[in-house]
Design a protein around this ligand. Structure first.
Ligand code: AN7
Length: 373
């Protein structure tokens, strides 16, 4: 049995990678696809629902899939530094892959609006953290401007190699299920991931869809068919940061799900294309609904994802309940990041208080007997 060495080696034939390139990898990908068992609504409607737990990637989010590609390409082109704007996860991932490659990562983050775990990752891995007095969208604008004037490679998802890496999550799902799901649910921030999944599902179905442009002469396609169908792509946003629901960019986005606190998505056209071509839709959720779903998933199934990730399940459940997602369907939800990224938000909303007692058998026994169900 061959050792798994990361998604580039595994899906090399379907990625724009040359044999002589030094692959920068942390053995990302091959994340768990977990079937949900304990949510009555899903069972009542005969739905087969899986979560793709991308929190199991090396830095705890799906960003590692794109980052292995982007950093491998940047290094092969001789780049000594990478840069990104980030709501947190991209910076954590960029810092890790830059460390692995022995190059410098510059990360622009919005002041005060980044989950603690993500900041810790970027700092620990030696990235140069630039905290701006502004939001993610300001950071993205600055990154584009500064990259035109300084020798740094952008590794945000406007870098086409990012989406190429991220499309492999769709491959893994089809490889595991032996078919494409009927519906695929995702949180939408910058909208790179929903676009990447659509590229992946389309390639596996032998269909060409719109992709970001590559350098002349490079064809990322390998259209050998693996499945006959493609899912409907369902994209969910936080109400305070929902440009796809408003039909226009939003200034001053706000949500507890800081990962998707984005008002000017960079993959606007690609995501609309994915939604329309697949016959999918967008919908929005309040912060309360997002947090309630994060809690539900943790309590009922033992899976701890970050708030932004829970919105994909919130969407699936609402649409299953309403019948918009048909009975007996196969549904996949991407849980984009790990719950440990944002411990503050988790602790704040935990309903069960910590029981404090003396270190005595009597009191500990009382605490157990009072709470046993
Ligand atoms: C957990 O890290 O944009 O729609 O700078 O961290 O592809 O942007 C993060 C995005 C969903 C949205 N879930 O994905 C960043 C950043 C989590 C995320 C998204 C993000 P896209």
């Amino acid at each position: 049995m061959a050792i798994y060495t990361g998604l580039i080696d595994h899906y090399r034939a379907r990625l724009p990678i040359d044999d002589d390139m030094q692959v920068i990898s942390l053995v990302e990908g091959r994340t768990a696809l977990i079937r949900l068992n304990n949510i009555p609504l899903i069972i009542d409607k005969g739905i087969e629902l899986y979560v793709k737990f991308e929190g199991l990637n090396p830095t705890g989010s799906f960003k590692d899939r794109g980052m292995t590609m982007a950093v491998t390409r940047a290094v092969s082109e001789g780049s000594r530094a990478i840069i990104c704007a980030s709501t947190g996860n991209t910076s954590a991932s960029a810092a890790a892959y830059a460390a692995r490659a022995g190059i410098t990562a510059f990360v622009l983050i919005p002041e005060g609006k980044i989950a603690l775990g993500k900041l810790a990752q970027a700092m620990m891995k030696g990235a140069v953290v630039i905290q701006i007095e502004g939001n993610y969208d300001d950071g993205m604008r600055l990154v584009k401007e500064v990259a035109a004037e300084a020798p740094v490679s952008i590794v945000n998802s406007i870098n086409p190699y990012r989406l190429q890496g991220q499309k492999t999550a769709a491959f893994e799902i089809v490889d595991e299920l032996g078919r494409a799901p009927d519906y695929h649910c995702l949180p939408v921030g910058n909208a790179g991931n929903i676009s990447a999944y659509w590229i992946g599902y389309s390639e596996y179905a032998g269909e060409k869809t719109r992709v970001l442009a590559f350098a002349e002469g490079e064809c990322p396609y390998n259209c050998e068919k693996q499945t006959d169908t493609r899912p409907k792509m369902l994209g969910y946003q936080a109400s305070g940061a929902a440009p796809f629901l408003r039909g226009a960019f939003v200034d001053g986005p706000e949500t507890v799900a800081t990962a998707i606190r984005i008002g000017h998505p960079q993959s606007w056209d690609l995501a609309w294309h994915a939604s329309r071509e697949s016959g999918g839709w967008f919908d929005e959720f309040s912060d309360e609904e997002i947090l309630a779903t994060q809690k539900l998933l943790a309590e009922k199934e033992g899976i701890f994802c970050e708030p932004a990730s829970a919105i994909s399940l919130a969407g699936a459940l609402r649409d299953i309940r309403s019948g918009r997602i048909e009975k007996q369907s196969c549904v996949t939800c991407t849980l984009t990041g790990h719950g440990l990224k944002d411990p503050d938000t988790a602790i704040q909303q935990s309903s069960a208080p910590v029981i404090k007692t003396a270190a005595s058998l009597e009191q500990v026994k009382r605490a157990i007997l009072d709470n046993i169900s």
